[in-house]
Design a protein around this ligand. Structure first.
Ligand SMILES: [Zn+2]
Length: 308
């Protein structure tokens, strides 16, 4: 079966970053097959040619929302909360603040313990991992939605989780990046990268939601979106069981989405120390990610809190 397997170019560094490479730039990817620029054309609005201006009462075509706005999950979702002392930390699901409150109050925190208790702090992605992103600890299967209009691409590096594959304890990585106990690269081989992820591109931006659950995510894929013989009946657990270089991904589906459309379900695939959603925003053509939170000091702060 022909596969559109390619090296993930933009975002590879951030991926390594979020995945604990310590911000070191990855080796330059070798030339790879580029994904097609567009697989399908967007549905064009129906244009009617008429000599007279349309009546004022004519329903307006919704304006394209090309800026990422709002949360990729329901902002009222209660997050997992890391509890316990180092060496015995666990996640209590539903015991944390809402995604909205956590992102507003804790993600910009200067206290890394507080900032990381329900995920990874956006600033820490910058300080320790090279690129800003937001992670929320949420139970697998939480619905994930598009934050902007664009072309969605479902890509898979692996459906597995390297912590499980290599038998590495997740505990030192929970909640707080305790680098004394949690080495940056804990695995003897590939770390699995973003696992199952959906990328949305439009004229202005690129967003990624990563570490998705394949079974829940394929339910969001329209029937006409599958590529290369993939489909809802494909044996994804068998096809993508192996861990791969984090820059490698296979395109399995591509379709047009609008902001607010469900695009998948959260999970624990790829380099993920706990079930969570990883979210990044980039300007088109730029490798550097923008800070999704309302963190002071970033020119593009506050993406999550812009009202859709
Ligand atoms: Zn992350």
């Amino acid at each position: 079966m022909h596969r559109r397997t390619f090296l993930v170019s933009l975002g590879a560094w951030a991926l390594a970053a979020c995945d604990g490479s310590g911000g070191k730039p990855p080796p330059s990817p070798s030339p790879a097959t580029s994904p097609p620029a567009t697989a399908t054309s967007s549905p064009a609005p129906t244009a009617t040619s008429t000599a007279t201006p349309p009546p004022a009462t004519r329903p307006a075509t919704p304006a394209a929302r090309l800026d990422p706005t709002g949360f990729p999950i329901d902002p009222t979702t209660r997050l997992g909360l890391v509890t316990g002392e180092p060496g015995n930390r666990t996640i209590e699901w539903g015991a944390g603040p809402t995604a909205h409150d956590y992102s507003r109050d804790d993600q910009p925190a200067v206290d890394p313990v507080r900032a990381n208790r329900c995920g990874w702090n956006a600033r820490l992605h910058v300080e320790y991992e090279g690129q800003p992103a937001v992670d929320w600890y949420i139970p697998p299967g939480t619905p994930v939605v598009a934050t902007m209009d664009g072309m969605a691409t479902l890509m898979v590096n692996t459906v597995s989780n390297p912590f499980d594959v290599y038998g590495v304890s997740r505990e030192p990585y929970l909640g707080n990046p305790d680098r004394d106990r949690a080495p940056v690269v804990p695995f003897p081989g590939p770390g699995g990268g973003q696992g199952v992820f959906v990328r949305i591109d439009n004229d202005g931006y690129r967003t990624d939601v990563a570490h998705l659950d394949i079974a829940g995510t394929i339910l969001a894929v329209p029937s006409g979106a599958w590529l290369d013989g993939f489909g809802p009946g494909s044996d994804f657990p068998a096809l993508f069981r192996d861990l791969q270089d984090f820059r490698v991904a296979t395109i399995v589906a591509r379709w047009q989405v609008r902001a607010g459309d469900r695009i998948g379900a959260s999970g624990d695939s790829g380099y993920s120390e706990a079930p969570h959603l990883h979210y990044t925003i980039r300007r088109r053509g730029f490798a550097a990610a923008l800070c999704p939170t309302a963190e002071p000091g970033f020119d593009d702060a506050g993406w999550l809190f812009r009202n859709p």
